[in-house]
Design a protein around this ligand. Structure first.
Ligand code: SF4
Length: 255
């Protein structure tokens, strides 16, 4: 069980917030205790997606073809190791699905002449949170007097999509003084494109959301009510995780 009931989070990043949403204990081990851990399959595929998307947008526009998407996937996919996956079937299914999604989604993006940002990380101090905020903009495209932000993820649930939109709006408004015209998140394992259109209330909603997230991150007493056992089988911290098993006991009692 985690001994400190309160921890201090000085920097909120897209990565530590995503880990927290997947499992608060995972966030604690990776970002508070900074335990070393092997790369999971999801993280490894995400690195490859980032490489492929980044390389694709650096190609001259006339070279952004499905054949070159395939060539880039081929170039980076070899970095994956079969042992990261639960089975060979999972490995081959992931390869086929991500390849198909990247080819479809990137081919439709060949109109972007020169991205405004390409995997650029920004950091700012947010006084409302008394913390720093750090976020990577995958691909941003300037359009008239605003910009469109695009993100390419292995997968994401509703909570992660909500997190990403709030972070993008708060960051864009506070750092650049511009509200993004549109935010698009492509989830490559299911091939869906999620589109959000921020409005005048989005900044305030984003700040309230981030304040709530900071309070949750710092209060470890709530972790046992928030973690999701479905994440455990593929978790790199299984061997060291000393989670409070209150939920498991409760579930056993109810079953
Ligand atoms: S083993 Fe389960 S509860 Fe523990 S950190 Fe991993 S996902 Fe969270």
């Amino acid at each position: 069980m985690i001994k400190n009931s309160q921890v201090s989070v000085r920097t909120m990043t897209d990565q530590n917030l995503t880990d927290f949403i997947r499992c608060p204990y995972k966030f604690y081990y990776a970002h508070i205790e900074k335990k070393k851990h092997p790369l999971g399959w999801r993280q490894a595929i995400q690195h490859i997606i980032n490489k492929v998307v980044s390389s694709y947008f650096q190609l001259p526009q006339s070279h952004r073809t499905p054949a070159n998407v395939l060539m880039l996937i081929d170039q980076y996919w070899g970095r994956l190791e079969l042992r990261m996956f639960d089975s060979q079937l999972q490995y081959y299914m992931a390869a086929a699905t991500v390849t198909d999604s990247l080819m479809r989604n990137l081919s439709s993006e060949s109109e972007i002449a020169q991205p405004l940002f390409l995997y650029e990380r920004f950091r700012m101090n947010l006084k409302e949170l008394n913390a720093d905020l750090s976020l990577t903009f995958d691909v941003a495209e300037w359009q008239q007097d605003s910009f469109i932000v695009k993100k390419f993820l292995v997968d994401a649930d509703e909570q992660m999509l909500e997190l990403y939109c709030h972070l993008t709006v708060v960051f864009s408004e506070k750092v650049f003084g511009i509200r993004p015209a549109r935010i698009e998140v492509v989830t490559l394992m299911d091939g869906d494109r999620h589109v959000f259109n921020p409005n005048k209330d989005s900044l305030e909603a984003g700040l309230i959301y981030l304040q709530m997230m900071k309070a949750l991150l710092e209060d470890t007493r709530q972790f046992s009510d928030l973690y999701n056992m479905n994440e455990c089988p593929a978790c790199p911290f299984q061997g060291v995780c000393d989670r409070d098993e209150k939920n498991e006991r409760k579930q056993k009692y109810l079953s």
